[in-house]
Design a protein around this ligand. Structure first.
Ligand SMILES: NC(=O)c1ccc[n+]([C@@H]2O[C@H](COP(=O)([O-])OP(=O)(O)OC[C@H]3O[C@@H](n4cnc5c(N)ncnc54)[C@H](O)[C@@H]3O)[C@@H](O)[C@H]2O)c1
Length: 376
């Protein structure tokens, strides 16, 4: 096999950055597409010059090696399971699913079918984040004890205000900004800092969105088993182009990262191996402020997954690590409901008893209605 033939399932917004990011990637081709929306399917077929299938089964029975799943969150589990059962390798957008039980079913089905399975979590593949991970592994800032991280996006108001759109809904999206954007930060932080011990979370609505829609702002305080304490600030309504930011402080230095900067990483370190000792210095990585860093990450993650298929390697970013990000989403929601610091053990208890879907009930009642004091 010279390249991997991918069938795309769901040709909406996310399809654009995968398509643009992989334009010149020789290891893969998007040769087929399926969407329940005829207009979106036609557009994808026209742009990509690929074969269109209006039925999922027909796509899965076609001559493709893998699927790229880009559908609303509540559909991830069923579509991933169907693709695995059809013997296709699966790359699926974040969040892995809306509950831990769905994640388990996806892992079991892909293991049983013996296909490769990875979540397309762009924060695991952004060159800036890979560089930060290398620096932490090499001790450049020592042991991290404190941090903060932010993702802010100015989403089209339609996504929150239109009751017919699935985005940010409790039932189809698995919640608001914590499920949609927080999962990026949680998956990145658990990769960098290890397991989460406990969380404290506040949820707010700055927009007067329908009651079916979740929070558009949140603050989560995370304590890691390592002892590190990190603040996670999330918003879908901040008025600037999409960006994300991370600040980590360790026993030998500090890393500042902002995807709105041309050079997204600044480091201060007292480590002997630091590029410059005792002064802030920047690091060159493949990057451009939004939307470039999105297409760069799509290129990195999609080509990495294609290489795993071509070389029969198991992706290093295991589905269990993506599941850990979903666990922190649910832990945050549980904390918001309890109004207190909540331990991961308490979520595990719920997982073992009534199931984690129960965590998603009653979130509206614990969300601050901040829009009442705001003029947009
Ligand atoms: N990495 C990122 O930062 C990022 C950014 C945007 C979206 N995403 C993720 O990509 C996924 C898709 O989001 P989006 O913004 O493209 O949503 P979207 O609503 O723009 O597109 C979803 C597409 O799926 C289609 N669809 C719905 N039900 C379907 C079904 N049963 N079978 C086949 N197609 C179906 C819709 O018609 C639509 O074309 C989500 O998981 C989302 O979180 C990730």
């Amino acid at each position: 096999m010279d390249y991997v033939k991918f069938g795309v399932i769901g040709c909406g917004g996310a399809w654009n950055f995968h398509r643009l990011g992989c334009k010149n990637v020789p290891q893969l081709k998007f040769t087929a597409a399926h969407d329940v929306d005829e207009k979106n399917l036609k557009r994808a077929v026209k742009f990509q010059k690929c074969e269109g299938f209006s039925k999922l089964d027909d796509l899965l029975n076609s001559d493709i090696d893998a699927v790229l799943v880009l559908v609303p969150h509540f559909l991830h589990k069923d579509i991933v399971v169907a693709a695995a059962e059809a013997g296709k390798h699966v790359l699926c957008e974040k969040p892995m699913a809306t509950t831990l039980e769905e994640c388990d079913e996806m892992i079991a089905a892909t293991n049983k079918a013996g296909v490769k399975f990875m979540i397309a979590e762009n924060h695991r593949f952004l060159p800036a984040h890979v560089t930060i991970k290398d620096m932490l592994d090499n001790g450049i800032i020592g042991d991290v004890f404190l941090g903060r991280t932010y993702e802010g996006a100015f989403c089209p108001a339609d996504e929150f205000l239109n009751p017919n759109r699935w985005n940010f809904t409790y039932d189809k999206g698995g919640g608001g900004v914590v499920a949609d954007q927080g999962v990026h930060k949680f998956t990145m932080l658990t990769w960098l800092l290890g397991e989460v011990d406990s969380a404290q979370c506040w949820l707010g609505k700055a927009l007067d969105s329908p009651p079916t829609k979740g929070e558009d702002n949140a603050i989560i305080l995370l304590r890691f088993k390592s002892g590190a304490m990190v603040t996670v600030d999330l918003s879908s309504v901040t008025v600037h182009p999409l960006t994300n930011r991370t600040e980590l402080h360790g026993t030998k230095g500090t890393i500042l990262e902002d995807h709105a900067w041309e050079k997204p990483i600044q480091v201060f370190s007292s480590h002997d191996e630091a590029k410059v000792k005792g002064e802030f210095y920047s690091i060159e990585v493949d990057h451009g402020p939004y939307p470039q860093y999105y297409t760069i990450a799509a290129r990195e993650e999609d080509s990495y997954f294609a290489n795993c298929i071509l070389n029969d390697k198991t992706p290093e970013f295991a589905p269990e690590q993506a599941r850990a990000g979903v666990a922190v989403v649910l832990l945050s929601y549980l904390s918001a409901k309890r109004g207190s610091i909540t331990h991961m053990d308490e979520l595990v208890e719920i997982y073992k008893s009534k199931g984690t879907k129960s965590v998603l009930n009653g979130l509206l009642e614990v969300t601050q209605m901040n829009y009442k004091k705001m003029k947009w």
